[in-house]
Design a protein around this ligand. Structure first.
Ligand code: SF4
Length: 417
């Protein structure tokens, strides 16, 4: 979502005549779009600000801006403006004031309205895949998560606006669209009586792109209708990100996740039964307060049972405002790190075994870009988001059939057939 927010910011500023530069030294203003989900990226913001050269304006945007507000201005004199996650739509006027009147300031008000900004294709990260935000915020309050405090309560974008953006991307030759939100499967257009599965179905039927994806889905809101819609529409990618966070029901309860290990596995089983080619990815937190060996082993066995395509895994990071701060963070960091390495090792082995099964097989891939390190190669992705490298003069946006010859745990290599 931060990538998409940066696209939206770039769009507004370009329209006002600001120029986007790649070389930081040439910039007059530096916008740092930040993430507050863990402590480490938050700390990186300050070390980055410290390195910014003299005479530049520094604007901090994103979740750290939202969470820290005025503290950021106080903490470092180099910071000129702090803009929260709901105020991007007026970043141009903020900039104009900030520059003309040489003022510093903070704007971190939450707004209840959805502010419509559709980034044009020249301000987007890619001309092959396009992000479409469909909702923002979260009402779940998982006990470790800062998101409800940095993105606010859920706001759902109107159906017609989402469709307009999807049509725009399709018209401009995009091959893949990715519907974004903290809880995409809770999206609805109440006024129109349209639910997430209806939106998905509409886009899959009416928008001419090869793959439609959605991220992130909350496992607690899953229902069978999603399987039915996916089964009906081949353009909905057979790949779902379902963050499990832990394989232990005891820990899930302490995390305020509203599903059990058994419910999560049943959901995965239902998908696999009805859509045999579907693949999953997930997020895991290791070392949550009171996690014991048994809880951790349950997480490992869940990973082995599901056989994820990929996972994002981190050691628990205590966050401001959250309920988990009240729990005793009783585990030694050494133990947490050992568990994280173990979990990542287990996942790496799963990925390697699954990738090895593809040797000698032909897979369809979407070329995403040229390999910046090897000019005669391109980087492509499979439907389930595996990275495939191969020699080719294919252009980004082309689909190719690739015979897989070599694999590692994180990528595949092959040749065009
Ligand atoms: S559902 Fe996701 S975004 Fe919402 S509180 Fe839980 S972890 Fe955070």
């Amino acid at each position: 979502m931060n990538v998409n927010d940066s696209e939206r910011i770039r769009h507004i500023l370009k329209k006002k005549g600001f120029v986007d530069v790649q070389d930081e030294d040439k910039a007059d203003i530096i916008i740092i779009n930040t993430c507050a989900v863990r402590e480490k990226p938050q700390q990186k913001v300050f070390s980055y600000v410290g390195r910014v050269g003299k005479g530049k304006k520094v604007v901090i945007a994103g979740c750290v801006a939202q969470s820290e507000g005025l503290n950021l201005l106080k903490k470092d004199k180099k910071v000129n403006f702090v803009i929260g996650t709901h105020q991007y739509y007026k970043i141009d006027s903020i900039f104009e004031n900030c520059l003309k009147e040489n003022k510093n300031g903070v704007d971190v008000e939450f707004s209840k309205e959805w502010k419509e900004i559709i980034p044009d294709i020249n301000t987007r990260e890619s001309k092959v895949y396009g992000y479409i935000s469909i909702m923002e915020g979260c009402n779940n309050f998982c006990s470790y998560c800062i998101v409800p405090f940095t993105r606010g309560r859920e706001k759902h974008r109107p159906f017609k606006d989402i469709v307009k953006e999807a049509e725009y991307l399709s018209y401009n030759g995009y091959k893949e669209i990715i519907l974004l939100g903290q809880n995409v499967n809770s999206w609805e257009d109440k006024k129109e009586g349209i639910k997430f599965v209806d939106l998905l179905s509409y886009i899959a039927t009416n928008i001419n792109v090869k793959w439609v994806r959605f991220i992130t889905s909350y496992p607690g809101y899953y229902d069978n209708e999603l399987i039915e819609v996916m089964a009906k529409h081949r353009s909905i990618a057979r790949h779902i990100h379902f963050p499990a966070q832990s394989g232990s029901t005891r820990i899930l309860k302490r995390m305020n996740r509203t599903y059990t290990r058994e419910q999560y596995l049943k959901m995965i089983f239902d998908f696999k039964k009805n859509l045999p080619d579907v693949k999953f990815s997930s997020d895991f937190i290791v070392g949550f307060p009171s996690e014991n060996e048994n809880d951790f082993n349950l997480t490992l066995s869940l990973i082995q049972e599901v056989e994820y395509e990929s996972i994002f895994s981190f050691v628990y990071s205590p966050r401001k405002h959250t309920k988990a701060l009240l729990l005793k963070d009783d585990l030694d960091m050494k133990v947490k790190k050992q568990r994280l390495y173990k979990l990542q090792e287990v996942q790496r082995d799963i990925q390697l075994i699954n990738n090895e099964k593809l040797i000698g097989r032909v897979v369809e891939v979407l070329v995403v870009k040229r390999n910046p390190k090897k000019i005669d190669e391109v980087i492509a992705r499979t439907e389930s988001y595996r990275v495939v490298n191969f020699e080719s003069d294919a252009k980004p946006g082309e689909f190719k059939k690739i015979l897989i010859e070599n694999v590692g745990p994180y990528s595949l290599r092959g040749k065009e057939i």
